[in-house]
Structure formats: structure tokens, C-alpha cells
Design a protein around this ligand. Structure first.
Ligand SMILES: Cc1ncc(COP(=O)(O)O)c(C=O)c1O
Length: 423
């Protein structure tokens, strides 16, 4: 079997919901995806049968221990982490980043330099700006081109000096949809002796992740962006994690990865993570046979999950092309992201646009009336919106399809827009 959209969609109860007889069309996915039945069932099962704190001698506690270990194993497969003990869980990406930045900052001295990107979500910007303020670090900004929506990697060479200690960039932009060349960026950081901190929140739902191949030191993502529960996940390179002083309370474990997990975790969320990685593995087994060979260096679930991501991205690319073809044909509308066919492999399906006269919020509200769900505004990518000159004017309309969306749903949006934009 190859990609089977109906088999996928049937697993998502939310896709069948209607309001006054009209189907919901979910293009709000970059802000959070819907969840398949298997994930919801795993969360419910954990709450109903495995509710206990960790480390006890009794059955429910042992079950909860197993859930946490399975979630580390699952995320190690999903990210190709060398060891499950390098996986740290937390509330969400923002909380993990704010927390870990304190520990990372203890490696730095006043006058050290960090490189931040003007494309990133504020969760990979402001924690570091606050750190720089507290420690008197110097910030150097990596810009992106308003024409190509990509970083100029030659410009990055000019930003790196012998005082560069840290480079923070996103895997993919939540505003423009640009998919960054993280591997090259991390190689440049490493060559300069700097650490790299990658915000994978918007790349992980679309692109198979291999943290070892990327060559980064930290990779953070959020499972509610890839069909799982609200949960943040960090992978950190063991040698680096071991150098960091954890900010923790005294009785909490001192060992990795526990020392970076503050307080009691959401075990039900972790059960959902196990289930969502199983979901990808099942797609890998049942629909992505021809993609398995591309990941022959892996086996078992790790191979299936990576093959599944390739299959899903292939399908998503058909959605992206269709969406961009349609949007670029509408008068007065500008796509704020890559549109050239030859560069489609450098973007994810998240497509944002502005209109020459109508505010993005007005368009999003009008679409909502037709049960088409999109976000508008800067979507927390403040620096990116400022760089594009659309911060003051209300940002973009963001349309974010994923693998459970259909061409018919995109047509629904493309048919709704002209009438709505002509007033
Ligand atoms: C690129 C990017 N980074 C970080 C975040 C923040 O993620 P979280 O809600 O898990 O803190 C988001 C949320 O939309 C995002 O899109």
C-alpha cells in the first residue's frame, strides 16, 4: 500500500466534526495539530491505569516508570538520538529553552558572543536575549533575505568570530515556511568551537529528523505540533549535557536526563508520545515500503518512522504546490515565502500571505466563518515579521496544511478567498 489519505483521516475524530453542517478545515496546524485516536487512547489509558509517581515499589509506579522509559526510547527513534538518556522532557519548547538557557549560560563569560536569527520564533530568540542581558554577552544577528526568504550563509561566516559561543537557529520558520540548511549552519558553528541550539518545532512535523546527521548540540521540539500531546522534548549531546550545571532542587536526581526535568512530568503526555511515534512507525510499515531503503542504516521502529516522514513529506509537497499555485494566482495577494518550483525542497507546507488592502486578521476571521481555520499575525516570529516589514501592519495569514489535509480542502480555501477579498 502507498499513501492512503482516507486511512489516515479515519484515525482523526476531529476531522469529521461539523459546525452547522459544515466540515471543519484545519489549516491551523503550525500552531498545533489534531490527534489520532491511538494517541488519545494512550493518554486516557495512562490516566486510568498508570497514575502514580515514579520510583515506587508498587505496580502503578512501575508502570509509570515504563511509560517514561518508553517515551525516551520513542523520541530517541524519532530523532535518531544515540541514547534515550539524552532525551529530556518538559512542558513545552519555550519552557525547556528558558530553563536550559540558564545552565548553558554558565559556560559563558561577559563579552562572549552568541548568534541569533531574525527568522526565528521568539522562543529561540528571547530566552537568549535575556541571557545576554544578564551575562553581558554580545548578540550578533543573522538576517535573512526578503527576496529569497533564506539565510545568506556567507553572511554567517562574517558573524562568527573566535568569541562565538552559541548559535541558535530554527529548523523551519513558522512564518515563512523556509526549511533551513541546519547541517551546514551547525558545521560552521562547530568549526568555530561554538554550540548550536536548534529549534526543531516546525521542521519535526514535516521532515525526518536525524540529530546526529545535523551535527547540532541541542534540538528542541513539541509533540503537539506533530499529532501528539502538549509536551516539549529536548535532545542534547551527552558530552555537552554533562558539562552543564542543572538548575534543580536538592532531592531531585542528579543523573542525566532526570536532572534537567524539573518537578513531576506529565506521564500521560509521555504515553501520548509513545503512541504518536508508534503511529508514524505503523505508517512506515504499512505505506512507506519504498522509502525504507533510504534509511537502511537504521532498523526497526527507527527506520519505519524515518521512512514514514519521507512518505508524508512527498504527499505534503503536492499540497504545498497546489496551495502556492492557487495563492499566487489571486490578485493583490503576496506569498511571504518561497514560491519558486526549483526551491520547493527548501520549504515546509506552511504558507503565509498578505493582501495589499485587507488586514490579515480580517481575512482569518472571514475564513473562520466558513469553518476554514487559519492563524493571522506575527505568530511570535517577531523579528521575522519586522524584517519583512509586516509587523506594524498586522502580519500574515498563515495556512499550514499537514499530511491529513486534502487537495479538496485546499480548493475550499482557494475558492473562498477571491470572493472574500473582493469585499
Ligand atoms: C518555531 C517555533 N518554535 C517554538 C515554538 C514554541 O513552542 P512551545 O509552544 O512548545 O513552547 C513554536 C510555537 O508555535 C514555534 O512555531
Amino acid at each position: 500500500m502507498s499513501f492512503d489519505l482516507e486511512a489516515i483521516r479515519s484515525q482523526y475524530p476531529a476531522l469529521a466534526l461539523t459546525d452547522n453542517g459544515t466540515r471543519r478545515i484545519y489549516f491551523d496546524n503550525p500552531a498545533g495539530t489534531q490527534v489520532p485516536v491511538c494517541v488519545a487512547a494512550a493518554v486516557a489509558d495512562c490516566l486510568m491505569t498508570k497514575s502514580a509517581n515514579l520510583g515506587g515499589y508498587f505496580g502503578s509506579s512501575l508502570d509509570a516508570d515504563r511509560v517514561v522509559q518508553s517515551a525516551r526510547d520513542a523520541m530517541a527513534d524519532f530523532l535518531n538520538a544515540p541514547e534515550p538518556d539524552e532525551i529530556v522532557f518538559g512542558q513545552n519548547m519555550t519552557t525547556i529553552t528558558l530553563h536550559l538557557s540558564r545552565s548553558i549560560g554558565r559556560l559563558f563569560r561577559a563579552g562572549d558572543e552568541i548568534i541569533l536569527s531574525q527568522m526565528d520564533h521568539d522562543a529561540n530568540v528571547w530566552p537568549w536575549v535575556l541571557l545576554a542581558r544578564d551575562l553581558e554577552l554580545e548578540i550578533r544577528w543573522l538576517p535573512f533575505s526578503k527576496d529569497t526568504f533564506e539565510f545568506d550563509l556567507a553572511a554567517l561566516d562574517n558573524l562568527i568570530t573566535d568569541r562565538t559561543r552559541l548559535l541558535c537557529v530554527g529548523g523551519a520558520s513558522n512564518l515563512t515556511g523556509t526549511l533551513n540548511d541546519v547541517k551546514t549552519i551547525c558545521a560552521k558553528a562547530r568549526a568555530a568551537g561554538a554550540l548550536s541550539f536548534i529549534d526543531g518545532v516546525q521542521s519535526a512535523p514535516h521532515v525526518a529528523t536525524d540529530v546526529q546527521d545535523l551535527g547540532c548540540d541541542f534540538f528542541v521540539c513539541s509533540s503537539y505540533k506533530f499529532f501528539g500531546p502538549h509536551q516539549g522534548i529536548l535532545w542534547g549531546r551527552r558530552e555537552v549535557l554533562e558539562q552543564l550545571e542543572p538548575y534543580k532542587v536538592r532531592p531531585a536526581p542528579a543523573e542525566l536526563p532526570w536532572c534537567f526535568e524539573t518537578g513531576t512530568q506529565s506521564h500521560e503526555g509521555l504515553a501520548g508520545i509513545v503512541a504518536v511515534v508508534d503511529y508514524f512507525a505503523l505508517i512506515g510499515q504499512s505505506m512507506a515500503q519504498e522509502h525504507l531503503a533510504g534509511w537502511a542504516q537504521f532498523s526497526g521502529q527507527r527506520q519505519q518512522v524515518h521512512a514514514a516522514m519521507d512518505l508524508l513529506l512527498d504527499y505534503e509537497n503536492t499540497l504545498t504546490n497546489h496551495l502556492i499555485d492557487g495563492l499566487t494566482g489571486i490578485d493583490g495577494l503576496t506569498v511571504q515565502g518561497i514560491t519558486e518550483k526549483s526551491a520547493m525542497d527548501r520549504r515546509v507546507p506552511t504558507v503565509s500571505f498578505t493582501h495589499e488592502t485587507i488586514a490579515s486578521a480580517t481575512i482569518a476571521a472571514a475564513l473562520a466563518k466558513q469553518n476554514i481555520f487559519v492563524w493571522s499575525g506575527h505568530n511570535y516570529a517577531l523579528e521575522a515579521a519586522k524584517s519583512l516589514g509586516i509587523y506594524e501592519t498586522g502580519g500574515v495569514v498563515r495556512v499550514g496544511p499537514v499530511h491529513y489535509n486534502s487537495i479538496a480542502e485546499i480548493d475550499g480555501l482557494l475558492e473562498a478567498l477571491p470572493a472574500l477579498l473582493s469585499g
